[in-house]
Design a protein around this ligand. Structure first.
Ligand code: F6P
Length: 319
């Protein structure tokens, strides 16, 4: 191994820069050359590369986003696009790739691995939906951002004696919704993994009002339904007026938490170590605080189950 490339792809997540920094510095310590590929798989196809030395990753850990920038490449989804990417790697003598991203990005990594490219994946997605790791980079920071926002909404919910419906990200996963609901003391969490029953939510709200609990917070994962849909259903069900807040992309930004910086640094180091030992086609992960490697096929196709114990606890504490 002489030269490796690093790219970030798909939705950015806070902490990606720490992973880049760790991978660059670990690779340099082995005497390897490192290049950054800009804008994910688009940059790979369009030859957007730049040399990464130790200095180039100084002072980046405290920033959210990714210094390599990111994109969702349509061209890479096609065979010709992927062939262009492989040709580009050959042209620039890049021996292996580190791909930092979520489900779609690691599916791309799997395709490259199948085409004979040495690859290792690092889970970076606020959704925390990748099988093979307890936590992905950015999840902890996103949760902190969400909980801070909910705390603020609770102030006004309490003053006005209102119910708020807050929509959080999580295309396929209710992880952010469930965890933020528990950590903020919300009353209800609606997640894609458990079918919701609007009558039960309405009944819960009604009972709270009878007990003079005149403000409530309902967290909805975008993957379950939209907050506006819940608002409509509650209005139709019990004529209940609520307010809706969609947190949106604020959840993906901000300075990474200590947890995310440490996790990303460990992942960056171990991704390089994995390549050094001749590995390919796997995603580095953290399971019970141990570094693990999961084949891309499993990481992107196996469903990471939601923690049923936490669903039960939430059901109890939220009422
Ligand atoms: O996959 C991460 C994520 O933030 C999802 O939670 C969300 O649905 C999606 O990305 C939004 O993607 P985009 O920024 O491309 O609209």
């Amino acid at each position: 191994m002489k030269k490796i490339g690093i790219l970030t792809s798909g939705g950015d997540s806070p902490g990606m820069n720490s992973a880049i920094r760790a991978a660059v510095r670990t690779a340099i310590s082995l005497g390897w050359e490192v290049v950054g590929i800009l804008r994910g798989y688009s940059g790979l196809i369009n030859e957007e590369i730049r040399v990464l030395d130790s200095r180039s990753v100084s002072g980046v850990m405290q920033f959210g986003g990714t210094i390599l920038q990111t994109a969702r490449s349509k061209e890479f989804l096609r065979e010709e696009g992927r062939q262009k990417a492989v040709n580009m790697l050959t042209k620039h003598n890049i021996d292996a790739l580190i791909i930092i991203g979520g489900n779609g990005s690691l599916t791309g990594a799997l395709r490259l691995h199948e085409m004979g490219v040495k690859t290792v994946g690092i889970p970076g997605s606020i959704d925390n939906d990748l099988y093979g790791t307890d936590m992905a980079i950015g999840v902890d920071t996103a949760l902190n951002t969400i909980v801070q926002a909910i705390d603020k909404i609770k102030d006004t919910a309490s003053s006005h004696e209102r119910a708020f419906i807050i929509e959080v990200m999580g295309r396929e996963s209710g992880y952010l919704a469930l965890m933020s609901a528990m950590a903020s003391g919300a009353e209800f969490a609606i997640v894609p993994e458990v079918p919701y029953n609007i009558k039960a939510v309405a009944e819960g709200l009604r009972k709270r009002y009878e007990r003079k609990r005149t403000n409530s917070i309902i967290i909805v994962a975008e993957g379950a339904t939209s907050a506006f849909q819940i608002e409509k259903e509650l209005r139709d069900e019990i004529g209940f007026e609520t307010r809706v807040t969609v947190l949106g992309h604020i959840q993906r930004g901000g300075s990474p938490s200590v947890f995310d910086r440490l996790l990303a640094s460990r992942f960056g180091y171990h991704a390089v170590d994995f390549l050094k030992n001749g590995g390919s086609g796997k995603m580095v992960g953290l399971v019970k605080d141990e570094i693990t490697f999961t084949p891309f096929e499993e990481a992107v196709s196996k469903v990471k189950p939601i923690n049923k114990d936490l669903i039960n606890i939430m059901g109890l504490l939220g009422t």
